[in-house]
Design a protein around this ligand. Structure first.
Ligand SMILES: [Zn+2]
Ligand SMILES: [Zn+2]
Length: 157
């Protein structure tokens, strides 16, 4: 949505116009101020949700511009990312369509138990080492996120 031409005045473009836009997940037209939702939902985009990252436990939002975007100008290869701008680790996979990239991401996220357990240990360590309640809450959220992910693992092959 970011950077697309305003569908109301046809002149401005939708951009983040203040800090609140980022928090509220909206964009405003630079010309007339028309407000739009920044992200379409995964359902609207016809995409599956991304499972949390097997390396760091962050759960990428598939609707975030930073989670899924084409690698080249021809838009033939797409990358699904554990984006650092949202708190992820930068891990990524490639696919031949947005759907394919997300499926590949979820396949990796759901098959290998070792990195999941490792990230769980790291996150638990961070809970123990947290100096502030904020840090502790964030670390606990990561632990919960990773435990959620265990549901998708295949224990028997
Ligand atoms: Zn406008
Ligand atoms: Zn990650």
């Amino acid at each position: 949505m970011t950077g697309t031409i305003c569908h109301k005045c046809d002149e401005g473009r939708y951009r983040e116009t203040s800090m609140h836009d980022d928090i509220d997940g909206v964009l405003h037209c630079t010309n007339c101020g028309d407000e739009v939702k920044r992200w379409k939902s995964a359902e609207e985009l016809g995409l599956p949700h991304m499972l949390s990252c097997p390396f760091c436990g962050f759960q990428p939002n598939v609707c975030d511009d930073d989670a899924l975007y084409p690698v080249g100008r021809d838009r033939k290869v797409w990358g699904a990312h554990c984006y650092e701008t949202g708190g992820g680790c930068g891990a990524s996979v490639l696919g031949y369509s947005p759907q394919d990239a997300v499926n590949t991401w979820n396949k990796r996220a759901s098959q290998d138990i070792v990195p999941v357990v490792q990230s769980l240990l790291v996150a638990h360590e961070q809970v123990l080492d947290a100096n502030t309640s904020n840090d502790r809450n964030e670390a606990q959220a990561r632990v919960i996120n990773i435990i959620e992910q265990l549901k998708y693992l295949k224990f028997y092959r």
